[in-house]
Design a protein around this ligand. Structure first.
Ligand code: ADP
Ligand code: MG
Length: 350
């Protein structure tokens, strides 16, 4: 038996925004170094531990290097199902951490220093592919879950819902999802940009570009040599080398009442919260010792179905919790930190 290891869990505290500073918000979260953060002004001051903490001054590069993202890319190349997901309330920096500041066009790319975990991973993956003489065949798919419907972000035309199915061999999978081959950074960056623009966004009191959907970009990595006919039959112990690297940008975790949502917006918010609750439920059940584990209700939401393999199986997950340091966000920040400390107890088999 391989040892159980806790899910690596990074925390990123974004800087106070100009608006927050102007209106006099206080900074209530501080990194204490050695992986802990301290929250003041809560009913009781509280300290939380993480595998890595990045405060307002941390660069995008520091997050890539210090979170374990580089190693995750390597594990995906080795054939593992790897997932990184960013969660936290709207405006806490999830998209910034994954993609950098959003640019709306190809003509004005962000400065290289601001590129997020995704672009840095693509660069590293392509470097690795080149150093193996182009041995890796790469393709990408990009989905969103919006109001409990799975949509393809890469297929042109109006978004249509795709069925999510289950089979014994594949587990949960999305039928007819588009998968696009790529060999250059430019191609995959274009796919990312096109897909992100198709993502549902709507005006919102907390963040005008608040994303109301969960977005999952998956890179499929196949080793070309393992699919060529081989003279010697492959020993059965040799796994078929098909790795995946999935980036999950979760919708905001805030509660409805604080965002002033109404009507259609509140239906969205309820669906978002229901799937985050389902995710939290699966995570807390997985946190129990293996012998005492009951059935894990992956089927409770589309999100947990799509993440079943990475959370429960032999998948490897990296979590990045994002928070604002502002006093105005205190209760959401605490709920993110509590959610994270529960999830940190989950162990996976390597
Ligand atoms: P979310 O995706 O969680 O809703 P965003 O990533 O859109 O949040 O971030 C909200 C705002 O804060 C954006 O304007 C973003 O550019 C800014 N921001 C987030 N994190 C950082 C950071 N680490 N450094 C500078 N600006 C940031
Ligand atoms: Mg976002």
């Amino acid at each position: 038996d391989t040892p159980l290891s806790p899910i690596p869990f990074a925390l990123r505290i974004r800087p106070l925004t100009c608006t927050e500073t102007r209106r006099g918000d206080r900074q209530v979260v501080r990194s204490l170094g050695d992986g802990t953060v301290h929250v003041t002004e809560a009913r009781h001051d509280a300290t939380f531990g993480f595998s890595a903490v990045f405060d307002a001054g941390a660069s995008q590069e520091a997050v890539f290097e210090g979170s374990g993202m580089r190693q995750l890319v390597e594990l995906a190349i080795d054939g593992f199902s790897c997932t990184v997901f960013a969660f936290g309330q709207t405006g806490s920096g999830k998209t910034y951490t994954l993609m950098g500041p959003l640019t709306q066009s190809k003509s004005q790319p962000s400065s290289p220093g601001l590129l997020g975990l995704m672009q840095r991973s693509f660069t590293y993956l392509l470097e690795q592919s080149r150093s193996r003489g182009g041995d890796l065949a790469l393709s990408a798919s990009y989905l969103e879950i919006y109001n409990e419907q799975v949509r393809d972000l890469l297929s042109p035309g109006p978004p249509c819902a795709l069925p999510l199915r289950w089979s014994k061999t594949r587990g949960f999978y999305v039928e007819n999802q588009l998968s696009v081959d790529f060999e250059s950074l430019e191609t995959i960056t274009d796919l990312l940009l096109q897909g992100s623009q198709r993502r549902q966004t709507s005006a919102h009191a907390l963040n005008r570009h608040s994303s109301r959907s969960h977005a999952l970009l998956t890179i499929h990595i196949r080793s070309r040599t393992s699919i060529l006919p081989t003279r010697v039959p492959q020993p059965s112990a040799c796994p078929s080398k098909l790795g995946t690297l999935c980036f999950v940008d979760l919708a905001g975790s805030e509660r409805v009442k604080e965002t002033g949502s109404s009507g259609e917006l509140s239906v969205e918010a309820n669906n978002i919260n229901r799937s985050l609750l389902a995710l939290g439920h699966c995570i807390s059940l997985l946190a129990k010792p293996r012998g005492k584990r009951t059935h894990i209700p992956y089927r409770d939401s589309k999100l947990t179905r799509l993440l079943a393999r990475s959370l429960g199986g032999s998948g490897i997950t990296l979590m990045v919790a994002c928070i604002s340091p502002s006093s105005r966000c205190l209760s959401e920040t605490l709920s993110t930190l509590h959610y994270a400390s529960r999830a940190r107890k989950v162990t996976t088999r390597r």
